[in-house]
Design a protein around this ligand. Sequence first.
Ligand code: AMP
Ligand code: MG
Length: 315
Amino acid sequence: MNNSAGQILDGNLSTSIDLAIENLRNDLLIGLPTETVYGLAALATRPKAIAKIFQVKARPTNHPLILHIADYQHLDKWAKDISLYTKNICEHFWPGPLTVILMRTENVCNEITGGRETVAIRIPNHQVALSLLSSLNDGLVAPSANRFGKVSPTSAQHVVDDLGDDVSIVLNGGTCEIGVESTIIDCTSNRPQILRSGGISKSQLEEIGKIEISQSDGDSRAPGMLEKHYAPKCRVELVDSSQRALHRLDEISTQGLTAEIIDFHGDSKLYAKQLYARLRQADDRKIDIVLAVMPSSGGLGDAIRDRLIKAAAAN
Ligand code: AMP
Ligand code: MG
């Protein structure tokens, strides 16, 4: 039994990094800050610890995990058959919220990929994550540090609120700068496809990769992508304008229910950064309905719309 389980430690201290390394090498899970959301991390070469991630999250094993690495130079250790456009986008956007799907090497264990021949990889853009990763002679697998299907954590406290002492320690790295999960792009063919929208947009990738990219449709999404996800306990209702939200707020209160509006008036960056915390706050306050004003499409707006649609589908 680990008595200090569920403790939040300052991720900027070398003593915290040392303890994180020791715990990881003992097959314990740690909470890891990244620029997207907080991850629940295990060493990429420890199948026993990886199995714990699925168990703690109650995540189906056919939802493969993203492998986090420290440096672009380490990519060849984990992935092969890397095209020129893939090299270009990785060199340009890493460290950053971009996950690439590539053919895996024999260094990637089956537990990470659910037996697939492909692997998802990224370099996170967060000083604490990078300092931990560069001290390890290994990668880290890290899905979001919440129970499966629920709202992702964007602070160290969110991780402890969700996972308690199922996580050995959480490295505190402040509030996540981006606030929504990474963009995932399948780079295993000459016709790359975005499988999940995130912090890097399709047009940015097309410009740097000098290649036309498609957006996934219903049938070809990544394994583990669901219609319902990222869900708070309260009902999420999508509205397309601030005016409509105010109108609904009136209607709902006459029914004796409580509602709250999430509206960032066109500021997608702030919307992404605060979305999950706002959904959590609504649950803490036992609000019945969140009225989320949809941001316009394009850039981060696509990622926010995707998460909101899935949160609303879980009603
Ligand atoms: P997350 O749920 O944020 O941890 O992101 C992991 C998601 O990345 C999975 O649910 C899949 O949709 C996708 N993914 C991870 N590995 C692969 C892979 N090898 N092939 C295709 N998609 C993957
Ligand atoms: Mg997740």
